[in-house]
Design a protein around this ligand. Structure first.
Ligand code: FAD
Ligand code: NAD
Length: 482
């Protein structure tokens, strides 16, 4: 078994799983001097996901939205241990965590497992892509969740375009190679389709004019409209903008099967009849939402209180994993009434940091009270005894306040999405959701940009993102293949 090198025996060991929105915001705000903190994540950086769709076309370079975990822990009050590893088994009863580390030594993949003992744990491992078991998806589609996904899409876009430029290709093959099908009309699918069409209009058309007449993006959505979580007015605005941008939107169309070059879907016509349609494609991007990771499914299967949950871990109002003690969960790995968004995960991480700081404060007060009670007992004169007693009183009151924890409450700030040709949509909430404001267009796009820059993790990230936007404005996007 391994533990933190030189843990302080007087402190509890807190293991934080993941380095995403939930875990990183917890890590940023927690008082690290109060716990032996161990972070376990296979990704040694925080990823600013809202700008990931922009990485698929080179509008943003991927390193601009990565923040090393070491940079986050370097500035903490006390040392924090980081293991680049994956949690594979959480023994919630005996408080033992099994992690698997993988390393590449001279092209040889070596992996080893270890066990970590913990007192407290926060699970923030996010979710994986859902495929609903639809045949062919896992093998043929690209996803859009992590940096390698965006890199793969970027590479495939140029791959297909260069292949389509071969002179001896027949029309059908060229059209297929230049057809990108995006499945899922949620924000990920919409933003990716928008970014790709921008890339075509602003750069590809100029550099490779021979592809212009056959380049096509189709967005497929099972529900009657795209962006189902946005207001009706913004849905209509998005669909109109897509029409103007020449992105084909197929709503009420459910993908049923995928092969290496054709997507088969069932479309519902206006009169309610159904028909099977086939969409030959060169690039397929799959964005149909989240499903629970294996480590979470395994944990849920072993906790009786979790047996009715499929989407993720059930947590109580203090984010404690139902059926466990000393284990909390945040973000996309949980199943709550909130949407799986960065906004929710961040607020949950900040809430838990406050909770852990409050717990640590309570422990310090308890220790001080015990010491003061000794002084009361051993005091030789009345004045010292009274002074110590009054200190005990005041600390007991503070301890009571520290122990009265408030449940987690989410405050929705609104939703933003980029829809292409320098336009965005925003559903904003003010004064604790009591007032809403829906807006779309170029001014909203400026707001979208400034909001995302201000949300970037570090000043370095902010500057890099601004520089990427400037670079694209001046020189256009890079069309070379990596
Ligand atoms: P994540 O941020 O996904 O982090 C999970 C972490 O756990 C990662 O570090 C991962 O490496 C690690 N991990 C995985 N498996 C293990 C394991 N077995 N053991 C240990 N660690 C593990 N939300 C918004 O609010 N606004 C947006 O504009 C927005 N845009 C998005 C754009 C895209 C393309 C995507 C994919 C999502 C977007 N989201 C947005 C949603 C948002 O990114 C997620 O809701 C958010 O990332 C959830 O945070 P999290 O901390 O739960 O998980
Ligand atoms: P999502 O769950 O929001 O949308 C997935 C869509 O895919 C749904 O509309 C669903 O009807 C559709 N779908 C499912 N199966 C299908 C099939 N077989 N054929 C056709 N369509 C199918 O997923 P997402 O867009 O990946 O977003 C995941 C989470 O991340 C959401 O909570 C979202 O709000 C958040 N997010 C937010 C932003 C933003 O705020 N700008 C951007 C990206 C993601």
């Amino acid at each position: 078994p391994v533990d933190q090198p030189n843990p302080d025996p007087s402190k509890k060991t807190l293991v934080i799983l993941g380095s995403g929105w939930g875990s990183a915001s917890l890590l940023k705000k927690i008082d690290a001097s109060q716990y032996n903190i161990i972070v376990v994540s296979p990704r040694n950086f925080f990823l600013f996901t809202p700008l990931l769709p922009s990485c698929t076309t080179g509008t943003i370079e991927h390193r601009s939205i990565m923040e090393p975990i070491r940079a986050i822990i370097r500035n903490k009050e006390a040392s924090v241990t980081y293991y680049e590893a994956e949690a594979t088994n959480i023994d919630y009863e005996n408080k033992k965590l099994v992690i698997k580390e993988s390393a590449n030594h001279d092209r040889e993949q070596i992996s080893s497992t270890r066990t970590i003992d913990f007192d407290y744990m926060v699970i923030g491992v996010g979710a994986q892509n859902s495929t609903f078991g639809i045949p062919g998806v896992q093998d043929n589609a690209c996803f859009l969740k992590e940096i390698p996904d965006a890199q793969k899409i970027r590479q495939k876009i140029m791959d297909r375009i260069e292949a389509a430029s071969f002179k001896n290709l027949d029309d059908e093959d060229r059209k297929r190679l230049l057809h990108t099908v995006v499945v899922g009309g949620g924000p990920t699918g919409v933003e990716f389709a928008a970014e790709l069409q921008d890339f075509f209009e602003e750069d590809l058309k100029k550099w490779i004019p021979e592809i212009a007449k056959d380049f096509k993006v189709t967005l497929v959505e099972a529900l009657p409209n795209v962006l189902p979580s946005f207001s009706k007015q913004l849905i209509e605005y998005t669909e109109k903008t897509f029409q103007a941008e020449k992105i084909t939107v197929l709503t009420k169309t459910m993908v049923k099967k995928v092969t290496s070059d054709v997507v088969t879907a069932e479309a519902t016509n206006a009169d309610g009849t159904k028909e099977i349609i086939e969409l030959p494609y060169g690039l397929l991007v799959w964005a149909t939402g989240n499903s629970a990771r294996p480590v979470i499914r395994d944990l849920m299967s072993r906790i009786p209180a979790q047996k009715n949950s499929r989407r993720g871990l059930l947590v109580n109002e203090y984010l404690v994993v139902e059926g466990t003690e000393g284990i909390w969960a945040v973000g996309d790995c949980t199943a709550t009434k909130y949407a799986p968004t960065a906004q929710v995960a961040t607020q949950q991480g900040i809430y838990l940091a406050g909770l852990f700081n409050q717990l640590a404060h309570a422990v310090t007060l308890e220790e001080e009270i015990t010491q003061l009670e000794q002084i009361v007992k051993s005091a030789t004169n009345e004045q010292d005894r009274k002074a110590a007693l009054s200190e005990v009183d005041s600390r007991t009151r503070r301890l009571r306040r520290s122990r009265s924890l408030l449940p987690f409450e989410y405050s929705h700030q609104g939703s933003l999405a980029y829809i292409g040709s320098d336009r965005a949509v925003a559903d904003l909430s003010f004064w604790g959701n009591s007032s809403n404001f829906a807006t779309g267009g170029s001014l909203t796009y400026l707001f979208w940009r400034s909001a995302y820059v201000s949300m970037c993790f570090s000043t370095r990230n902010k500057l890099l993102v601004i520089m990427d936007w400037l670079k694209v404005k001046i020189f256009g996007r890079d069309v070379s293949r990596e």
